[in-house]
Design a protein around this ligand. Structure first.
Ligand SMILES: CC(C)(COP(=O)(O)OP(=O)(O)OC[C@H]1O[C@@H](n2cnc3c(N)ncnc32)[C@H](O)[C@@H]1OP(=O)(O)O)[C@@H](O)C(=O)NCCC(=O)NCCS
Length: 133
């Protein structure tokens, strides 16, 4: 998973390579805490997302990231739905995403609404959230 996610080409990669921190894989403590959801396709890791509970009663979704060869096949949405179920189990009231411009339409399709912006290392991006109540 780590090798494939790091080396595979996709159109977003140049932007990410300029900002390698955006390629950071889930933190070891997130993995250890069971906060990482992995989607397998024919026995291989095809995508992942992370749910990070916040102190304000909401939860951040980090990702999802799907193997480029499998984009537009429904895996991203499945990961979001799993994250939503998991965040509800953690009693989060809302799922919050920092959405790159390329990911905004995807999050909108998954029921998220823009609520503001947040500064990142490569400029402001939309904050999008989805109610879980
Ligand atoms: C964004 C990403 C996770 C989407 O994954 P995916 O498996 O292609 O998404 P799905 O096939 O489940 O798409 C769900 C819906 O969003 C739409 N969608 C997906 N990507 C889209 C895009 N770039 N632009 C517009 N709509 C998009 C799909 O058409 C689908 O709509 P439908 O239900 O009307 O058919 C994937 O493109 C990816 O990994 N991108 C790189 C990493 C990234 O940007 N992650 C988001 C973090 S900010």
């Amino acid at each position: 998973m780590q090798r494939r996610a790091s080396l595979k080409w996709d159109a977003a990669r140049p932007e990410q390579v300029q900002h390698p921190q955006t390629l950071t894989l889930p933190a070891a403590d997130h993995i250890a805490a069971g906060l990482v959801i992995v989607f397998e396709h024919w026995g291989e890791a095809a995508g992942f997302a992370v749910v990070v509970p916040r102190e304000d009663g909401r939860a951040d979704i980090d990702g999802p990231f799907v193997e480029p060869d499998l984009w537009r096949g429904g895996i991203g949405r499945k990961l979001v739905e799993e994250c939503a179920q998991f965040a509800m189990a953690l009693e989060a009231a809302e799922l919050v995403a920092a959405a790159s411009p390329r990911a905004e339409p995807f999050y909108a399709k998954c029921g998220f609404k823009a609520t503001g912006t947040v500064d990142t290392t490569h400029g402001p991006v939309a904050v999008m959230s989805r109610s879980l109540t």
